[in-house]
Write a protein that binds this ligand. Structure first.
Ligand code: NAD
Ligand code: MLT
Length: 542
């Protein structure tokens, strides 16, 4: 009989469901860490957790028994998924079950902060009747800025609209028509939105782009007296910058449910006037915990009785044969998605994928999903893979259309991807050399031939003598080695538009890119980071 360990507090309904399955033995052991956790995991076939336990690579070391970990909740940042995948452990989550509760917590904090609920009650407890001190602010008519408009961000928007707030938002993956439906005025960056908001709330994952999204500089960009709420992940707001902003009077209030280091029992913010904090309670409602626990238990029961893998964040449920036959082109499509996500930061409205030649005869639905996975990979908290990517695009109102033609032109197979936003349409085409060498063969309207891995500088320029040399000298001056270079131009005649791609041996500093952009001949330039050619996402079955 498979044995399942419950590592964090789980709602009784979930535990009852596991018990009632009759073919699973369950044991609850919370608060484990370090060697104790590693040893405990060796005795089980499955595990359920929330965000408390940290399932690190060390915790999984030497474990050949564990087959599945289910996270009752959204964020799987407490599980080392690479290590799990390497060891063949399926990681699943239950997104959606706590969306409403977390959105409600956000609204609750925003209201309580505005009406001084916590300190006013405390004053009564201390025997004071202080009506003047706790003058509040009304939400109706105020402007709320929402960064991150996925499941929770959108649920907050709907609720804030009902409170008669004006909504501004930024999410690089929300289409303009979905934003319109929600009544949100969108901005092309979070920073651009800051000077216009009275309240700011964030609902993004914590990643390199969102870490310290609100730092000392950004606090100064906000309206004086702005109030900030974070029910997503600690670290998106720099807590020191918040304390300084409150101290100077630049910020009117700060409400946090999450912290850069958890559990957090000591913070410079605790006790400051205008601060309201809760200990990661966004999903702590009977309803949300029942939802996620029951869903998590169901996932484990299905897994151990039928072998079904649902809601996996690290594995594809496809059979290994199909994956092997498609792997090279999945890699091309995925890299085109990654590349286009980094060259245009406007929210896409639609994607068009054109499959030409041999590749058009393959399962292009999977290839399009691989493209979508690349396009969304760095944006979502949810792990994107070929199973969920199409659904995640649709949820954001981004249309994806496919075209196929069997005629063979310059390449036996060609995948051309177009991403259209309100501002522009970005195009890139790729093919496969051999069985595992993805190549970029078109950028915009320019033909070229470049690798599709590592650090690339893509620049559009006016084709005049000396421009390539000047770009090269800038990187030389910054001690960045150029490994490869390719140029493509619109026509056989010099003097028109052209595109260049430099493969760099290391990440260039922002100053180098700024110097390239300052050259008269350069129209546009972007640094794009792609994984090494043979580093494929776990969902390719590699
Ligand atoms: P989601 O994946 O549905 O939405 C995240 C959104 O953030 C996406 O639409 C994405 O496009 C957007 N995004 C990504 N990078 C961005 C950037 N740099 N700028 C602007 N937008 C960006 O996730 P969700 O279910 O809505 O969860 C949101 C966050 O809330 C996650 O961090 C999750 O872990 C956290 N969460 C916290 C609690 C809690 O108890 N406090 C409960 C549930 C979820
Ligand atoms: C989540 O990511 O689901 C939340 O942070 C809630 C939790 O930790 O349970």
């Amino acid at each position: 009989m498979p044995r399942v360990i419950v590592l964090d507090n789980l709602s009784q309904d979930g535990l009852n469901l596991l018990e009632s399955a009759g073919n699973i033995e369950t044991e609850v052991r919370t608060g484990l860490k370090g060697e104790e956790l590693r040893k405990a995991l060796l005795e089980f076939d499955g595990a359920v957790c929330r965000s408390g336990v940290k399932i690190t690579a060390e915790a999984l070391e030497g474990n050949t028994r564990l087959k599945a970990i289910v996270r009752a909740g959204v964020g799987t940042d407490n599980i080392d998924k690479k290590a799990a995948t390497r060891q063949g452990i399926v990681v699943m989550n239950t997104p959606g079950g706590n969306t409403i509760s977390t959105a409600e917590q956000t609204i609750a904090l925003m209201l309580a902060l505005s009406r001084n609920v916590a300190p006013a009650y405390q004053s009564l407890v201390e025997g004071r009747w202080d009506r003047k001190k706790y003058m509040g602010a009304q939400l109706a008519g105020k402007t709320l800025g929402i960064v991150g408009l996925g499941r929770i961000g959108q649920a907050v928007a709907v609720r804030a609209k009902a409170l008669e707030m004006k909504l501004l938002g930024y999410d690089p993956y929300l289409s303009s028509h979905r934003a319109k439906e929600l009544g949100i005025e969108t901005y092309s960056s979070a920073r651009e939105m800051l000077p216009h908001v009275d309240y700011l709330t964030v609902h993004t994952p914590l990643n390199d782009e969102t870490r310290n999204l609100i730092d000392h500089k950004e606090v100064k960009m906000l309206r004086k007296g702005a109030r900030l709420i974070n029910c997503a992940r600690g670290g998106i707001y720099n807590e020191k910058a918040l304390a300084e902003g409150l101290g100077s009077g630049q910020l009117g209030g700060v409400a946090l449910d999450v912290y850069s280091c958890e559990p957090c029992t000591d913070s410079p913010l605790f006790g400051m006037p205008g601060v309201l904090c809760t200990p990661h309670l966004g999903a702590s409602t009977e309803e949300a915990q029942t939802n996620v626990a029951v869903e998590a238990a169901g996932l484990l029961i299905d897994f151990f009785t039928t072998g079904a893998i649902k809601q996996s964040v690290n594995m594809s449920p496809l059979d290994p044969k199909t994956l092997a036959s498609l792997r090279g082109y999945l890699n091309v499509a995925y890299r085109l998605g990654l590349l286009l996500a980094q060259v245009d930061h406007c929210p896409p409205n639609s994607c068009r994928l054109h499959y030409q030649g041999e590749v058009a005869k393959k399962d292009t639905g999977l290839l399009s999903a691989a493209f979508a996975a690349g396009l969304l990979e760095n944006a979502l908290d949810t792990e994107v893979n070929i199973v969920n990517a199409g659904m995640l695009l649709a949820e954001r109102g981004i249309e994806l259309v496919e075209e196929r033609s069997s005629d063979i032109r310059d390449f036996s197979s060609l995948i051309t991807a177009e991403v259209a936003s309100d501002k522009r349409t970005s195009i890139a085409a790729g093919t496969l050399f051999g069985s595992n060498m993805p190549r970029l063969v078109q950028k915009g309207n320019f033909r070229l031939e470049s690798s599709l891995d590592g650090v690339l500088l893509l620049f559009e320029h006016h084709d005049t003598p000396g421009v390539i040399g000047r770009v090269g000298s800038i990187f030389g001056a910054h001690h960045i080695n150029i490994a490869q270079m390719t140029v493509g131009r619109g026509s056989s005649e010099p003097g028109g538009g052209a595109v260049g791609v430099l493969a760099l041996d290391s990440q260039p500093p922002a100053e180098a890119l700024a110097e390239v952009l300052a050259l008269d001949e350069i129209k546009r330039a972007h640094v794009v980071n792609l994984p090494p050619t043979d580093e494929l996402p776990a969902w390719t079955g590699k």
